[in-house]
Design a protein around this ligand. Structure first.
Ligand SMILES: Cc1cc2nc3c(=O)[nH]c(=O)nc-3n(C[C@H](O)[C@H](O)[C@H](O)COP(=O)(O)OP(=O)(O)OC[C@H]3O[C@@H](n4cnc5c(N)ncnc54)[C@H](O)[C@@H]3O)c2cc1C
Length: 432
């Protein structure tokens, strides 16, 4: 840090997808930009499940499809409900290039290189310890003894938001708004992936799983096929209520092991070795997690730090939202420059940009889903109900049960009234 200039137009904290996109666009627009990242290797600190929606990222990098490290385009989406060893699965197939599977580390490296190529200066292995304020306005950052000033700072520090917490802009992380994600990467081999998952070259699968894999804890499992590996893991919603009830008795390592060894899923990664594993927090209640404002004097908040993530159980959008918010932050700073300077009045357009964006509208439109994702019914009782109906339909020594009777019997066994079923099904359709 001692060898770099002490003043920039913009400082971006965090070289994840949000920070890299903002730094890239600002550098391209001619601003002097410092991108600060605490990780040693590029992308070291960035972790996710595996599937990325392409279109919002193409708005920043139209060359995405040709140049980015895309492992496979998602042509198959599966959803499974698990009850013990019984599993109910639905599958959807498409030819469209809507989303792709990749390693976030590789994608982030590509984005950072783009930002550097456009002229942003990257300072890696540097932890920002403080965002500096003067006269109620953010004026720069401090790392150890080094102070660097800027007209604006973009906070793209991700979910932990220690810097925003120190500024008093957000509260300490609340277990009711975040979940724990754990993931393993299994070396399966390219030809095994294609034959076992029924995929052609470059085709990929995204698989969401609810039910027993989380042993009743709200959340779910995921499987993504990379080029020659499979990413599989769990997202477990942390909640004060469940912690108090002692619902987290099963250790997370035993939950992921139970998932890996489940007889339905195990054959997909037969003889594979675990090449990587990791854990990271993720947002489970974007609305409660969001800061009250996205723009403050001299400061814009982007990506996970801004609570911009959509989690619907069957899909998860964090990376494209992060990139898109980075784009909006760059647009806001450009707007300010063209309208008399980076004053608070001018930067406030960012708040508007976010609230009017497709991301914010999506999050608000699906707010009912947040309640459902945290509901014990959806995660535990409905997978049981569905697999029970399937059992009664398919398993018979002589006579098959009529579906209506199977449903009524399964409802009785699960203690769910038909009225509850209808009203919750309505809520699910409405919320999700
Ligand atoms: C288990 C799991 C599965 C997920 N699955 C998906 C998925 O399938 N698809 C999807 O789109 N999203 C997924 N997500 C969400 C996605 O990973 C995030 O939404 C996305 O990475 C957010 O990007 P970001 O740039 O805001 O933050 P991050 O990617 O977290 O980047 C923040 C960066 O800031 C740096 N930093 C933090 N503090 C400092 C500091 N003080 N000084 C310097 N640098 C700092 C960090 O090192 C990091 O590199 C998943 C997340 C998890 C945990």
């Amino acid at each position: 840090m001692a060898s770099i200039p002490t003043r920039f137009d913009v400082i971006v904290v965090g070289a994840g997808p949000a920070g890299s996109a903002a730094a890239y666009l600002l550098a391209k627009k001619g601003f002097s930009v410092l991108l600060v990242e605490r990780g040693k290797g590029l992308g070291d600190k960035n972790m996710f499940g595996g599937k990325v929606y392409a279109q919002p990222i193409r708005e920043v990098w139209p060359e995405l499809d040709k140049e980015a490290p895309i492992h496979r385009w998602v042509t198959k989406e599966r959803i499974s409900m698990v009850d013990g060893e019984k599993v109910f699965t639905v599958e959807y197939r498409t030819e469209k290039k809507v989303s792709f599977v990749t390693y976030l580390t590789q994608l982030t490296q590509w984005m950072i290189k783009k930002a550097e190529g456009a002229g942003a200066l990257l300072a890696s292995e540097v932890t920002v310890e403080e965002i500096l304020m003067k006269d109620n306005k953010v004026v720069g950052i401090r790392s150890g003894p080094d102070v660097i000033e800027a007209d604006a700072v973009i906070d793209a520090e991700g979910i932990n938001r220690l810097l925003l917490e120190r500024l008093g802009l957000v509260k300490k992380l609340d277990p009711d708004t975040v979940g724990l994600g754990v993931k393993e990467v299994l070396k399966v081999g390219e030809s095994n992936i294609e034959s076992r998952f029924g995929l052609d070259k470059k085709e990929g699968l995204a698989w969401a799983i609810v039910g027993d894999v989380t042993k009743g804890i709200p959340g779910g499992g995921f499987i993504y096929t990379n080029k020659d590996t499979v990413s599989m893991g769990l997202v477990l919603h942390l909640s004060k209520k469940l912690i108090d009830e002692g619902s987290f008795e099963s250790h997370v390592s035993s939950l992921i092991e139970g998932f890996r060894l489940h007889p339905y899923f195990k054959p997909y990664w037969k003889d594979a070795i675990i090449s990587e594993y990791g854990g990271h927090l993720t947002i489970t209640d974007a609305i409660k997690f969001a800061p009250s404002k996205f723009a403050y004097p001299g400061l814009l908040i982007a990506g996970d730090a801004a609570g911009l993530l959509l989690s619907l159980g069957y899909t998860f959008r964090g990376v494209d939202y992060a990139v898109y918010s980075g784009k909006l932050a760059a647009d806001a700073i450009e707007y300010a420059r063209n309208n008399g300077g980076v004053s608070y009045e001018n930067l406030q357009v960012y708040d508007d940009y976010i609230r009017k964006s497709f991301m914010y509208e999506e999050i608000m439109r699906h707010r009912g889903a947040i309640t459902l994702m945290n509901s014990f019914e959806l995660m535990s009782r409905y997978p049981k109900l569905l697999t029970k109906v399937m059992e009664k339909m398919f398993e018979a020594d002589y006579k098959h049960e009529v579906i209506y009777n199977s449903l009524i019997q399964a409802l009785k066994e699960e203690g769910i009234s038909p009225f509850n079923l209808i009203s919750q099904a309505f809520m699910m359709v409405k919320g999700i």
